[in-house]
Structures are given as C-alpha cells and as structure tokens.
Design a protein around this ligand. Structure first.
Ligand code: FAD
Ligand code: DLZ
Ligand code: SF4
Length: 518
C-alpha cells in the first residue's frame, strides 16, 4: 500500500511539510503538469517555461534525495488536464492507502484538495505550509481584535517572533523602520550589480519549445530566457544579491531608471514563491550581513520588512478575506485596460518602459508595478478584477495569494482601504522625482493642460474630484483636497476636461484583450 504525495508547482521545496516524516520506501511523489494550471490565466510564456522547467528539475532533485516520483507531462496523451483528474488516475496506478499533501496556495486549488477525500474514498491529510512564518491561525488571532490591520504592527510581531534584528527585545538600531532613508532616486551607474543569467539546459530548452508551440497566443517572449530553474542556481542568485546589491538595496528601493530593469533588487521572488529558496533563511542571511558590518541597517531592515512584513501580511489578508475578496470594487471602476498593456505601445515613456520590460522578462520591480502600471490603471478607473488578471498572468512571481492583495488591495484600493490607508495615486511629479523617465518622454511632466501635458497630471486631480464622496474624509488626502479647492473654478474645469478628453481617446484603444477574457 502506498502513500501518495502530490507536490504542486509552487511547492518545489525538499523540506516541504508533506514530505516530512513520510517514508520514501512506501510513498510516491506525484507531480503533474496540467492544462488547467497552465491556462487559468494566459500566463506569460516565461512564467510557463520557468514553472514547468523548475518542476522537471525538482523531480530530479527529489529522485536524487531518494523519493520515487511519478511525473506527468503536459503532452502525455493520457493527461486529463486537472489535478483532480490526475490524482484519480494515480490512485489506481499506485494502490493508494492515503494522500498526504501540503495546503494549496489559493482558494481555487484548496477547493480541489478539500474534495478529494469524499471523491476518492481515501483519507487525505492536508498539512500546513511551514514555509511561511505566520500560520493562518496566528494571523487571525493578530487581526481579530483590531479595527485597522496596519502592516507595520504585524511586522513588529513577526520581528519579535523570529528574533530578526532584535537586540534584547528591542529593534536593532533603536527603530523598527528605516523607510525614511530609503527613497533616493538613482543615477545611471555602469557598476550597478546585474542579476546572474543562467543558460537554458536541455530540459529547459525542451520546455521552451513546448511552450512556444502550445502557448503561442500567450503574452511575452522567450528569446532571452535566463532565469534559474534549480535550487542550486537560485542560491547562486541569492549569494550574488547579498554580495553585490544588498548594501544599496535600501537607498534605491523606490528608484526607477530607463534601461535598468533590476537596479539593486534581489530578483528572488519567483524562486521564493515556487519554493526553490526559503524566505526565512534569506532574512537570516541578510541579518548576518548587517551583523558582520557588510550591509547597512536601512537596507537590511528594508529587505527583511518586505519578506516577513509585506509578504506574510499579504498572505494573511488573502486567506482572511476569503474567496470573495477578488470581487471587491470599492471605487466602482469598470474601464477596460488599454490594449497596449499587452504590447507596451504607448507614448508615455514610464508605461512603455515598464510594460516593455515586463513583456521581455516577466518582471518589473515594486515601484514600477505600484506607481506606474498600477497608478495609471487606478487613475483611469480600470476594473480592478481585470487589473488583477493582468498582473496574475504577466509576472513570473505571480500566484494569487500574493498578487491579489497587492493588486486589488494595495494598488487599486478595491477593498476600500483594508490594506492601505490611502490609494496609491500620484501625478507625474512623483514619477519624475523617482525616475529619469520623464526626461525622454513625448509628454511634459510639468504641464497639466494641453496636447503635450503629462496625462498623469490631469488624471490625478480628476481621480480625486471624481471620488470625493468616498475619499474626501480620508485624513491622508486632506492636503491634496485642500490644494484642489484652492484652484479657481476655471482651472478645475480645464483639468477635468483635459482628463475627460484623454479618457475618451483611451477608450478608443480599449477592448480587445479584455473581451477575450470574458
Ligand atoms: P525585492 O525588491 O528584492 O524585495 C525582496 C523580497 O520581498 C521579494 O523577493 C519579495 O519576496 C518580498 N516582497 C517585496 N514586496 C512585497 C510585497 N508587496 N508583497 C509580497 N512580497 C513582497 N510580489 C510577488 O511575489 N508576487 C506577485 O504576484 C506580486 N504582485 C504585485 C502586484 C503589484 C500591483 C504590486 C504593487 C506588487 C506586487 N508584488 C508581488 C510585490 C513586489 O513587487 C515583488 O515582490 C518584487 O517586485 C519582487 O522582486 P524582487 O524579488 O527583486 O524584490
Ligand atoms: C502556475 C502553474 C502552472 C502554470 N502550471 C502548473 C502545472 O502544470 N502543474 C502544477 O503543479 N502547478 C502549476 N502551476 C502552479 C500552480 O498553479 C500552483 O501550485 C497553485 O496555484 C497552488 O495553489
Ligand atoms: Fe510618464 Fe508623464 Fe513622465 Fe511621460 S511625463 S514619463 S507620461 S510621468
């Protein structure tokens, strides 16, 4: 009799909870490439190639560690196309006594796992995913007696729990948060660190050919695919980040530069989210860099906050808010995203740069996602669900549990402020301060009215004016509303007309990709 251990595509960790305590002698690990997972959104081709290649490499690593692996390929003619269909077939193949599985990363797949025991008449043990610092129960306990779920307070709990950057119960350096020091614009710098590139091996080349053939209508291209697909190579990228980029990570965390896709970021989120790297281990190593005097506190604290703060918090919110979270639309936005979100073909330089690099690499860094593509989508009143689907399909690190709260909550204010105390909107001035994009843009960032005016400017004021009933009482927006109120009626009218004309023009560009998704 056999224990069947299904391992999903974002569970590529040798220390996975479902493998712990199981006996390789009487267990079979089941890995499944299935159509349902490859098409639940039109994943970027790079994301497909990455996940499928990393899965194939992980199967090898499991075998080397002594596990028997039953691996099902996408092109297998018998492939039923779903996790449930493949578990059903595997139960027959392996005389299965019980199923042992680590909890899934999203509601859609959780429903499948929950159905298996009744469906198959076999006991199913679903184990907690111990790769996270905070369990669902702990998050609920933290959240249950609070009026506001402020990330900063959650983060402090996680610092205390992990002991990261703590000295005798107090935060290292006397402060919890060094964000104030972390908002510097960057200059072009030839010595800037670059992430390592990994030449595709035979397994990855096979996967790339299959993706090109089978998913030719998905966005993105694979011409320069060079991501790590093994834990060993992901670890090389981590080591390179700690040695070369972490010291300046903090200073330039929010900076954007033309042609520089990665700056001082780690580019590790795809590997962490699929299981090749352990987040807590990375945090401990970052702390060690500080303790040894090789990286400053503002960088190390900033890095650790992103992981045990924001990342864990997003997960907590996702599970706490339930499967209905995806439908929230506080601002009642319903505009379709312009077609050029899938081509980058726009004269707005910040957007063409961000979308262009996204299509080429399936990656953009946080401020590009939040303050360029996200900001623009929010200012034009794009349907938050469609914006969510765009982020889910286009980014290499996108899994619903982390992408949805970031997009619908943090970026689009779809939850009305559960997750962020004010909408992340800005005029062109913020983008100009944090990047060099405006210098070579066809639009003038200083202008609000006229053919050459930066579209962000009128759209920003139009957004505030349009949502005054819902946002007017928000104390964090008091200052911009006062500024708006000080303008003459004629100036206000001209701004609103400028925004309306831009939106009319934009609507001419909208529709096709959205229509395909209905
Ligand atoms: P770094 O800048 O080097 O940061 C270090 C690590 O911190 C990251 O590797 C990541 O694990 C973690 N992190 C940082 N910010 C966040 C955050 N807000 N939420 C969760 N983890 C964070 N991140 C994803 O992992 N998957 C997503 O699908 C995703 N979608 C996003 C959508 C929007 C609209 C926004 C604004 C942000 C999104 N993020 C997402 C967060 C962030 O943009 C990425 O984690 C980051 O850009 C990954 O690149 P990096 O590894 O170089 O990160
Ligand atoms: C994202 C993804 C893709 C594209 N393909 C697969 C797959 O073929 N097989 C698989 O096991 N996992 C895949 N994944 C990741 C899953 O969607 C991910 O494990 C679930 O979202 C977990 O909830
Ligand atoms: Fe973007 Fe406006 Fe700057 Fe152009 S001028 S890059 S549209 S912010």
């Amino acid at each position: 009799m056999t224990t069947l251990i299904p391992v999903l595509g974002d569970q590529l960790s040798l220390g996975l909870s479902s493998l712990r305590g199981a006996n390789p002698g009487d267990a079979v690990v089941l890995m499944m490439e299935v159509a349902d997972e490859t098409t639940y959104v039109r994943h970027h081709k790079t994301k497909l190639a990455y996940i499928l290649s990393a899965m194939r490499h992980h199967a090898q690593a499991l075998e080397e560690a002594g596990w028997r692996v039953d691996y099902l390929r996408l092109n297998d003619p018998e492939n039923s196309g779903s996790f449930t269909g493949e578990v059903a077939r595997a139960i027959q193949r392996h005389d299965t006594e019980r199923i042992l599985v680590t909890e899934a990363g999203e509601w859609r797949v959780t429903a499948m796992l929950d159905s298996w025991e009744t469906l198959f008449g076999v006991p199913v043990e679903i184990r907690k995913d111990t790769r996270f610092v905070c369990s669902h129960g702990e998050f609920d306990t933290w959240a249950s007696d609070r009026r506001e779920l402020t990330m900063e307070f959650f983060y402090r709990e996680m610092r205390r729990k992990t002991g990261l950057l703590m000295d005798d119960g107090k935060p290292a350096g006397g402060r919890w948060n060094f964000d104030k020091d972390n908002r510097k614009p960057a200059q072009a710098d030839l010595l800037m660190p670059r992430p390592l590139g990994f030449t595709p091996d035979a397994i990855t080349r096979d996967v790339i050919a299959m993706v090109e053939d089978r998913f030719s209508d998905h966005p993105g291209d694979l011409d320069s695919f060079n991501y790590a697909v093994t834990a060993a190579d992901a670890e090389r990228q981590a080591a390179s980040f700690f040695a070369n980029a972490l010291p300046q990570f903090g200073d330039y965390e929010d900076a954007m530069l033309t042609g520089e896709r990665f700056l001082w970021h780690s580019i590790l989120s795809p590997y962490i989210n699929s299981g090749l790297l352990d987040p807590l281990d990375l945090c401990r190593r970052a702390e060690a860099e500080y303790r040894k005097g090789r990286a400053p506190l503002n960088s190390v604290e900033g890095y650790i906050r992103q992981i045990i703060g924001w990342r864990e918090y997003m997960r907590g919110i996702y599970w706490r808010e339930g499967p209905g979270y995806v439908d929230r639309n506080f601002l009642e936005h319903d505009r379709a995203l312009p077609d050029w979100y899938w081509t980058g073909d726009t004269q707005m330089h910040c957007l063409s740069e961000t979308i262009g690099q996204t299509l080429a690499t399936a990656h953009a860094h946080h401020i590009q996602r939040l303050m360029v593509t996200g900001n623009f989508a929010l200012l034009i009143g794009a349907d938050p669900k469609q914006v969510h689907l765009w982020y889910l399909e286009i980014y290499l690190d996108a899994y619903e549990w982390v992408e949805l709260p970031n997009t619908l909550g943090m970026s689009q204010f779809g939850d009305g402020g559960l997750l962020g105390s004010k909408p992340y909107v800005s005029s062109g001035a913020y983008i100009n301060r944090m990047s060099d994009y405006c210098g070579t843009c066809r639009y003038n960032v200083k202008e609000r009215i006229g053919e050459d005016a930066c579209p962000f400017n009128a759209l920003y004021w139009n957004f505030l004016a349009r949502h005054r009933d819902k946002l007017g009482a928000n104390y964090r927006l008091a200052m911009p509303y006062r500024t708006w109120d000080r303008q003459s009626k004629a100036d206000q009218q001209a701004t609103l007309e400028q925004a309306a004309a831009f939106l009319r023009q934009l609507d001419g560009d909208c529709g096709a990709p959205y229509a395909k998704r209905e």
